[in-house]
Design a protein around this ligand. Sequence first.
Ligand SMILES: Cc1ncc(C[n+]2csc(CCOP(=O)(O)OP(=O)(O)O)c2C)c(N)n1
Ligand SMILES: O=C1C[C@@H](O)[C@H](O)[C@@H](O)C1=O
Ligand SMILES: [Mg+2]
Length: 637
Amino acid sequence: MKTIRLTTAQALIKFLNQQYIHVDGEEIPFVEGIFNIFGHGNVLGIGQALESDPGHLKVIQGKNEQGMAHAAIAYSKQLLRKKIYAITTSSGPGSANLVTAAGTALANNIPVLLIPADTYATRQPDPVLQQIEQEHSLAITTNDALKPVSRYWDRVTRPEQLMSSLIRAFEVMTDPARSGPATVCISQDVEGEAFDFDEKFFVKRVHYIDRKPASNRELKGAAELIKASKKPLIVVGGGAKYSEARDILVEFSEKYNVPLVETQAGKSTIEHSFKNNLGGLGITGTLAANKAAQQADLVIGVGTRYTDFATSSKTIFNFDEAKFLNVNVSRMQAYKLDGYQVVADARTTFEALTPMLEGYESQFGNTITELKEEWLAERDRLSKVTFSREGFVPEIKDHFSQEVLNEYADALGTEFAQTTALLTINETIDPDSIIICAAGSLPGDLQRLWHSSVPNTYHLEYGYSCMGYEVSGTLGLKLAEPSKEVYTMVGDGSFLMLHSEFVTAIQYNKKINVLLFDNSGYGCINNLQMDFGGGSYFCEFRTDDNQILNVDYAKVAEGYGAKSYRANTVEELKAALEDAKKQDCSTLIEMKVLPKTMTDGYDGSWWNLGVSEVSDREGIQKAYEFKQEKLKNAKQY
Ligand SMILES: Cc1ncc(C[n+]2csc(CCOP(=O)(O)OP(=O)(O)O)c2C)c(N)n1
Ligand SMILES: O=C1C[C@@H](O)[C@H](O)[C@@H](O)C1=O
Ligand SMILES: [Mg+2]
């Protein structure tokens, strides 16, 4: 056996350089680079290994472990899971900061390699700095907190364990059905320990992503279901996007007059202008998509997890009548809603299925076009909402009095409505630029209103809806699509929670554009508490003496070295967006927007939430009764 003597960390970096992915005849390196924040746990091991020979890996210094992991997740998601960044952190708090990001990757099925340092394998110096001491077990470290949020988790306490551990990690990350975060914790002393590694461990490894075809039985059953249906409807989920199924879904939909509706992850698989694309489905769905969903007698879920947002907590479909046909690479997902299961790649399945239905036509007739037209008129109305100091009726009605809305207008110095601002952006930025969002009221507005003219230009993290993904993720987008303009849509709450990687973007001259919607509060949660009969309680940003907080975010961005703008009217916003396009540096456009001017729900937008069964407030009692009513028609599981 030929061996090579390396430290564990050196072997890790050498191995990462040799991983390739093969999809549709194309072979590319799988690991693009590695984000790092060095601490005592990794600087002398992995730090030394990278300094001596990083190979092709791009090495990027992050500013917050969660933030840099979010950037890595967005990178992989944008590249349809074909490439990843790895993350190296120190032990203790450095690794604890990864937990939120690992959850984000897991909920969204996105591969990312997390390499947190661990406590000493020898235990000689214990307790080391940042080591928690669990009285009942010395074997538990902070890194155990990553177990429930990792698709694969391992701890390397001897150098030779690295070999089997990494092979498993890459097998998991490159499997479309189980893709997610792989966490390989390495004891900090072991990072620097040497071993005579078998040279074969370092040969080039190619991970093949073959498109799993549907079986004849699955195809026959699917075709029979469709032929027997009058009003089939396709739910385009994230799996359709990862499978790059756009062309065949368009062909299928056109040929058989089948409407398409989108989940957050599926949106922009197919451009909005396609005549049968009715847009977002469910709680944050469009009027058109939700109406079509209610009529459907066969729901064809393509790569969807059927989350509560997509199904309006299992109330959007006619569950008594409708059947489900689920095409998914994951068997677990395909089993949902008692659907007929086709456990296969979406594109391959529809390529085989389309010719099997010759002569079929749905009974939707002109309804698809009519629904779309009705919705476009509503969208047009929302693009022109203007505030007035008297008699203004915002989209979110009956929460704030005119007096309170005027108070906001005065305190923030604005009369800008959120929907007007958002649609101005949609009109002004280049169609091939990419937008990203994750939490707050903006995901709902975007799923309803945003028109993506170019496929894969809408990037929503709505599996975890993790505040803080927005700005961090934009850095990942830029790394993935360096020639395109990238824009984050972020609320003030999310911006405040985490935007450390804004500085990383500026530091490495990766131009990102931050579009900050400041309504001085956790607006969507304020809507929820008031919709469900409560008061406005700790969701507005107010001082102890009840003044509305007004933060100068433009100045904050300027302090970091970004070019910043203040835009509180359509004209100011258009000018700022045009100017921002001309900049080479990162930009931030601060928009002060009025609360309650985001979109509201449409027909079928109900959300099952934990409303109090006991309360002396009449509104809460009514909300509880309404929930009980809704549940009567909801599917139970
Ligand atoms: C990490 C994290 N913590 C808490 C939440 C719950 N949450 C969802 S939206 C939201 C408020 C968002 O406020 P902001 O970003 O200002 O958006 P707005 O709703 O005002 O548009 C909160 C607290 C979350 N999604 N993620
Ligand atoms: O609780 C939440 C409410 C949603 O409206 C929001 O988009 C999401 O971020 C969330 O966590
Ligand atoms: Mg806000």
